[in-house]
Design a protein around this ligand. Structure first.
Ligand code: 0PR
Length: 384
């Protein structure tokens, strides 16, 4: 949180302050899951920033566009006819809202007030926020050496209070995918609900040649809800994400009516006022470019990630987990800089990286091309 304005009021210069920011289009941001928006999406977004999904009587057209977006995204994951979804601010709001709906639904159906949810240690911090806000007992399950949830420990951790499991399809740290089919089977056996966080992986995993192996789909009967972001690999500007639900019973559990507004709208999100621009930008992208464009976008990033992994491996880097999607974790050769030193040196040269679990994490988004990666490797060669 900003404590106070850092600039002198008399010389307040927005341009000067903004010049401090990093820019996606330079291709040097390897620490972020956001990226340069597609130019068409950016233009459409900018033209529609005043449209509010929170007031359907004023913006009925935008509401219909939101419904189309849910259909496009839902189709990618075999959302059933009964399925429903909302566009909200992003992955955090989607995860919190999904767990809110699960908690309330279970509360009314099972008359319990004990809610325990199991999630892998690799789960995004938004699930910790949800547990804190919703008074849910969140139990973190260790991950295996493949950085996936440990199924044995998961099973041993189920208690009478357990109501749901969260699985991750594209972890924030290494992009790994939990064994979703197995999670589904465990949930069915123990009468638990399954929420999948595919905030990042949602626009990558369905396009992989071996995507069927990951079962990221509502064909899993235990699956209640799924988070998929549009402002990550969905190529729209920040912010916008999707939450998909198997059926109405989930949003109905968190429904609030605004009786003073025309049409007495129902809301199923934490935010009241909601950006319509995200829906409009995404629908224009999808209608104009379609499935194949998103597939190409994702596969190019995955190919670039594999290229970088191979090049770094040849330079003696240790790659603990072969990248599945476009996130790579590496450890520099023992004889050279430490991970922390390399990270710091790269930031000094404006190449932004992160450190996760002792790895240097590199996220290869569409704004980083193969040519950018070749320049990155030249910098690596001067440092390592
Ligand atoms: N779930 C997963 C698996 C995520 O990786 C993230 C975001 C979220 C949920 C939450 O999404 P929102 O940020 O849309 O609420 N993971 C990134 C992270 O925490 C978010 C991010 C994006 C951070 C861009 C920095 C940045 O420059 O690293």
């Amino acid at each position: 949180m900003n404590q106070r304005l850092t600039s002198n009021k008399n010389s307040y210069d927005v341009e000067l302050l903004l010049a401090k920011d990093h820019i996606y289009s330079q291709g040097k941001i390897l620490s972020s899951m956001n990226t340069e928006a597609d130019p068409l999406a950016l233009q459409v977004f900018q033209q529609n920033v005043q449209r509010n999904l929170g007031d359907p009587a004023l913006f009925p057209g935008t509401v219909l566009i939101e419904r189309d977006c849910i259909n496009f995204v839902g189709k990618l994951f075999s959302l059933p006819e009964s399925g429903i979804g909302v566009i909200l601010s992003g992955g955090s709001e989607a995860n919190i809202t999904a767990l809110w709906a699960i908690r309330n639904k279970i509360k009314s159906e099972r008359k319990t007030t004990n809610f325990q949810i199991l999630a892998p240690e690799s789960v995004h911090v938004s699930v910790d926020k949800a547990a804190d806000l919703l008074n849910i007992d969140l139990v973190k399950i260790p991950v295996t050496d493949k950085y996936q949830i440990n199924l044995k420990i998961l099973q041993d951790s189920i208690t009478d209070n357990t109501v749901a499991v969260v699985g991750v399809a594209g972890t924030t740290s290494l992009g790994t995918i939990d064994p979703l089919k197995e999670l589904n089977d465990i949930c069915l056996t123990h009468n638990l609900l399954l929420h999948i966080d595919a905030a990042f992986g949602g626009f990558v995993i369905p396009f992989l040649t071996d995507s069927d192996n990951y079962s990221l789909s509502f064909t899993l009967p235990a699956l209640s809800s799924m988070t998929v972001d549009l402002h990550k690999m969905g190529r729209i500007p920040i912010n916008g994400g999707v939450l998909l639900w198997r059926d109405r019973s989930y949003p109905d559990a968190i429904k609030f009516v605004l009786p003073y507004l025309a049409g007495k709208p129902e809301q199923y999100t934490m935010s009241g006022t909601r950006s319509g621009a995200a829906a409009i930008a995404f629908s224009v992208l999808w209608n104009k470019y379609g499935y194949s464009w998103f597939k190409e976008n994702a596969l190019q990033c995955v190919e670039n990630t594999k290229f970088l992994a191979q090049e770094l491996k040849e330079r003696g880097f240790f790659i603990p987990i072969k990248p599945v999607i476009n996130i790579l974790g590496v450890i520099p050769p023992a004889s050279s800089l430490t991970t922390e030193e390399l990270h710091a040196s790269l930031w000094e040269k404006n190449w932004t990286t992160s450190i996760v679990n002792g790895f240097l994490r590199l996220v290869i988004m569409p704004s980083t091309t193969k040519n950018h990666l070749k320049s990155f490797l030249k910098v690596i060669d001067t440092l390592v």
